[in-house]
Design a protein around this ligand. Structure first.
Ligand code: GUN
Length: 287
C-alpha cells in the first residue's frame, strides 16, 4: 500500500511549534520576528505565493512587511530598497519573490541581500556554507522535502537518491542536503542520457523540472519514495488544474510513498520559510 505524504498536515504541525516559539520570543526577549517580502511586477503565480506566505506569517504571529513594486522598477531602485531593509534592525528576513522582471539581474539582487537575512538561502555565502556542511540558511523547498523524507524513512544513509532538475533553487541544494545525509546522489537533467533507467534505480526520487506529469510509472522503482516539487497549471476539460512533475495517478500504486500536488511540498516550503525567519531573528539577537 502506498502512502500519500500529507505535506499540509506536516506543515501545520511545524507551524504550531513555531507559533509557540514566536510567542516565547516575544514574552522572554521582547523579540518579534519580522520578514520583508518584496514582489516586483504582477505575475499572477507570484502574487498567490506571496499572499500565502503573508497569510502564514499572520497565523504564527510573525510580522511581515510587503513591498509591492511596479513591473517597471529598475535594478537600482530595488537595490536601494534591499539596502534599507539590510540596515533595518527590525527586519530579520528579506525575500524577493522570483522571477523578477527582465530589466533586473536576479543574481545582483540575491547578492545584495545580507546573508544573515537571506531566509531563502540563495546568497552565495549560504550556498557555499552548505557545500562544506556548515548549513546556515537552507533553501526552503529542499529543506521541507528533506524533513518529509526523514519523517517517512528515518535514516537516509546509503539510499540512492535521484534528483531530476539542476536549478539553484531546488535541484542543486536538494542534492547537497541528500549528500549530507549520506545518500548516493545522482542529478539528472535535460541532457542526461537514459534518464528513465537512472530514475528507475532511485530509492528516493525528487522531481523538480517544471514539466507537468513528466515522471510516469515506468520511471520509478517498486517501493520508491517520490517527492514531487512541481507546481504546474494545466487545462483539463476546459478547467484549470494544478499538477506536479509526477503523473500521480500512474505512479501512486507502485511507490511506497509520494507527495501530492497540491498539498505536498508547497505547504512545507512556506513552513520552512517561517522556520528560517524565526532562526534568523534568533541569530541576529544572539538567542
Ligand atoms: N519563486 C519560486 N520559488 C521561490 C522561492 O523559493 N523563493 C523566492 N524568493 N522566489 C521563488
Amino acid at each position: 500500500m502506498s502512502k500519500v505524504i500529507d505535506g499540509k498536515q506536516f506543515a501545520d504541525n511545524l507551524c504550531e511549534k513555531l507559533k509557540a516559539e514566536v510567542a516565547l520570543l516575544q514574552e522572554q526577549h521582547d523579540l518579534s520576528p519580522c520578514i520583508a517580502v518584496v514582489l516586483v511586477g504582477e505575475d499572477p503565480a507570484s502574487q498567490v505565493y506571496v499572499r500565502n506566505k503573508v497569510r502564514r506569517c499572520e497565523q504564527l504571529g510573525i510580522h511581515s512587511v510587503e513591498h509591492r513594486l511596479s513591473a517597471e522598477t529598475t535594478e537600482a531602485e530595488l537595490l536601494t530598497l534591499i539596502d534599507q531593509l539590510n540596515n533595518d534592525d527590525a527586519i530579520h528576513g528579506i525575500l524577493v519573490q522570483l522571477p523578477v522582471p527582465d530589466q533586473i539581474n536576479d543574481k545582483a539582487v540575491l547578492a545584495a541581500i545580507s546573508p544573515k537575512k537571506d531566509v531563502d538561502g540563495f546568497h552565495i555565502e549560504n550556498v557555499g556554507a552548505m557545500a562544506v556542511g556548515e548549513n546556515q540558511m537552507v533553501p526552503c523547498t529542499p529543506l521541507g522535502s528533506l524533513m518529509m523524507l526523514q519523517d517517512h524513512l528515518g535514516d537516509l544513509s546509503g539510499k540512492h537518491a535521484v534528483v531530476i532538475g539542476r536549478s539553484n533553487i531546488v535541484g542543486k541544494p536538494m542534492a547537497t542536503l541528500l549528500l549530507q545525509q549520506s545518500c548516493t546522489v545522482t542529478i539528472v537533467h535535460s541532457r542526461t542520457v537514459n534518464i528513465e533507467s537512472i530514475c528507475r534505480q532511485a530509492d528516493i526520487l525528487v522531481a523538480a523540472v517544471g514539466i507537468p506529469n513528466f515522471v510516469t510509472a515506468d520511471w520509478v522503482k517498486e517501493g520508491a519514495v517520490v517527492i514531487d516539487v512541481g507546481i504546474n497549471r494545466i487545462e483539463v476539460d476546459g478547467k484549470s488544474r494544478l499538477v506536479g512533475d509526477v503523473d500521480f495517478d500512474d505512479v501512486q500504486e507502485k511507490v511506497s510513498a509520494i507527495t501530492p500536488v497540491p498539498g505536498g511540498v508547497g505547504p512545507m516550503t512556506i513552513a520552512c520559510l517561517m522556520y528560517n525567519t524565526v532562526a534568523a531573528a534568533k541569530m541576529q539577537n544572539n538567542i
